[in-house]
Design a protein around this ligand. Structure first.
Ligand SMILES: Cc1cc2nc3c(=O)[nH]c(=O)nc-3n(C[C@H](O)[C@H](O)[C@H](O)COP(=O)(O)O)c2cc1C
Length: 180
């Protein structure tokens, strides 16, 4: 894994103060999918819900996501060194809520199979991406994690779960354009 890159403190005294509530409200307009990042921990499967996932690079094949510095699961996934990003399907809102809880057995009643190195692939996901931890970077109160893709697959029949302004949604087929 690459070394953590420190942050340059570029804060200027004249910078306006940006309110956290405004950040949440305005940036909530950016719609995303929802993933559950899983790993094979020392005492069983672990995972957490995440919307900050994105495809980063094709060559080399990299993806990224940003766990909060308060996440209790991320340090354990880091220790595992490999993880699986599970892209949730439209009917898996319960997994989004279930894996967003802290300090509980998040896998109780969850059907999954071990992927490469044992990281869980949840049953019924749209797609999964198996990664090795590539690097970590400073992201303020979050950590920017970069994963090197080792293996990936998709179920093209499934539609993704979406997250927008604090609510869940799903993709509708595009309406046919009116013929004039
Ligand atoms: C839809 C949704 C998206 C989330 N996205 C993130 C995220 O991008 N980064 C993050 O740190 N937490 C995110 N969370 C919150 C974490 O899932 C939650 O804080 C975490 O699972 C807490 O568990 P832990 O202490 O086991 O890490 C999200 C939660 C939900 C419901």
């Amino acid at each position: 894994m690459s070394a953590t890159v420190g942050s340059a403190d570029t804060v200027d005294a004249t910078d306006p103060v940006v309110d956290g509530a405004a950040m949440r409200d305005v940036l909530g307009h950016f719609a995303s999918g929802v993933v559950v990042v899983t790993a094979n921990g020392p005492s069983g499967p672990i995972g957490f819900t995440c919307q900050s996932f994105t495809s980063l690079s094709l060559d080399p094949p990299l993806v990224s996501f940003a766990p909060s510095r308060t996440s209790s699961t991320w340090p354990r996934i880091r220790d595992a060194g490999t993880f699986c990003v599970n892209i949730l399907a439209a009917d898996q809102q319960h997994h989004s809520a279930g894996f967003a809880r802290s300090h509980v057995d998040k896998f109780a009643g969850v059907r999954w199979r071990p992927g490469r190195s044992g990281a869980p692939i949840l049953e019924g996901v749209c797609a999964w991406v198996h990664c090795r931890l590539h690097s970590e970077h400073d992201g303020g109160d979050h950590t920017i994690v970069v994963g090197r893709v080792l293996e990936l697959a998709a179920d093209h029949a499934r539609r993704p779960l979406l997250y927008h302004r604090g609510n869940y949604g799903f993709v509708l087929p595009r309406p046919r354009e009116e013929v004039r």
